[in-house]
Design a protein around this ligand. Structure first.
Ligand SMILES: [Cu+2]
Length: 336
């Protein structure tokens, strides 16, 4: 038998560990460290509600302890006082929580209205599409289609139309906003506005299959001028494949013969719509659902065996030789 004291100590230890995991503001996905307009609105609701809930929690638990101590059986033949109902008490503990919830409800509706406010004509429109297991970002006004990293300017509302290509996903950059589900066949709506430049981490927050845990995302917030530069880099005309030579030219033809072109778009060269658009691949810092840093070493490992690097990945192992991979990487390097 494990003694009662040991069990209590173990429980206390576990709770302390759990609580410690929530602390600190240096954690990249800490929802209690809001950095965006929407996240701050949510935080302004959550913090007071949490204080009230904490107070109720303490009160209820103190009362339980008090009642347990006061009315405990003191001897074997003692029968506690028998009571049946107490109208005053019962009314009290029905009305008090109802009143507290009503107040919280009013503030919740206010916050909902704030975060669902019409973003206005100045907003940047982005379509965010969840795929198993990566995020696609489309900027209809700029004509950009990219993946993994959502680039936005600071100080401007970003109006997001949220969709899903296959199953339900959930878009969640905790420091910028709450999570919103991406559901096949419908369009959900959310807004995001970063107040400081920086990289904000997030991830899919709705279990969506084998590599759900590897469906990461990044929101990169730029000063407006830097954002414009990013837009220019991602709208320059794509490489003219006919001008390539050597390994890059071999890679370009392998891109078609090995079937890459049936799953990936490279503007003007390949029109597959299944995987991420690769037209400006080199503008990204990460790939495969922001799981890997984009560099030659990681790309080589990826092309050797995608499901080996990312369990369940829907890009198959194409059994490429090392030489073919070298050529393909030379070609991918031209996708600036
Ligand atoms: Cu997902």
């Amino acid at each position: 038998m494990i003694s009662r004291k040991t069990r209590l100590a173990a429980l206390a230890g576990a709770i302390t560990l759990l609580a410690a995991a929530c602390g600190g503001t240096d954690q990249p996905q800490n929802t209690f460290d809001p950095q965006g307009v929407e996240a701050r609105e949510l935080d302004n609701l959550i913090t007071p509600v949490f204080v009230v809930a904490g107070f109720v929690f303490l009160l209820v638990n103190l009362l339980i302890v008090y009642v347990v101590m006061k009315y405990r059986r003191r001897s074997d033949d003692e029968i506690p006082k028998q009571v049946h109902g107490n109208a005053k008490l019962e009314l009290g503990w029905t009305i008090a929580p109802a009143a507290i919830l009503a107040v919280i409800g009013v503030f919740t509706l206010g916050t909902l209205a704030e975060i669902h406010a019409d973003p206005g004509p100045e907003a940047l429109e982005v379509e965010v599409i969840g795929h198993q297991w990566w995020w696609e970002y489309r900027y209809p006004d700029q004509g950009i289609v990219t993946a993994n990293e959502l680039h936005i300017p600071v100080g401007r509302t970003v109006s997001i139309d949220l969709k899903a290509a296959d199953v339900v996903h959930s878009f969640w950059p905790p420091k910028l906003s709450g999570k919103v589900d991406a559901i096949p066949g419908r369009t959900n709506f959310m807004t995001v506005e970063a107040t400081e430049p920086g990289i904000y981490y997030g991830q899919c927050a709705e279990f969506c299959g084998f590599s759900h845990a590897n469906m990461l995302l990044r929101v990169v917030a730029h000063e407006p001028a830097d954002f414009d530069a990013w837009v220019r880099a991602n709208t320059t005309p794509p490489v003219d494949t006919t001008t390539l030579t050597g390994d890059a030219a071999d890679g370009a033809s392998l891109f078609r013969t090995k079937g890459c072109a049936s799953c990936h778009v490279v503007e003007g060269y390949a029109a597959g719509e299944f995987g991420p658009n690769l037209t400006h691949l080199q503008q990204r810092e990460t790939f495969a659902g922001a799981m890997f840093e984009l560099n030659e070493r990681n790309l080589r490992r990826w092309l050797r065996d995608p499901p080996g690097e990312k369990p369940g990945s829907l890009m198959p192992d194409l059994e490429l030789t090392e030489d073919e991979i070298t050529s393909l990487i030379a070609y991918l390097n031209t996708l600036q």
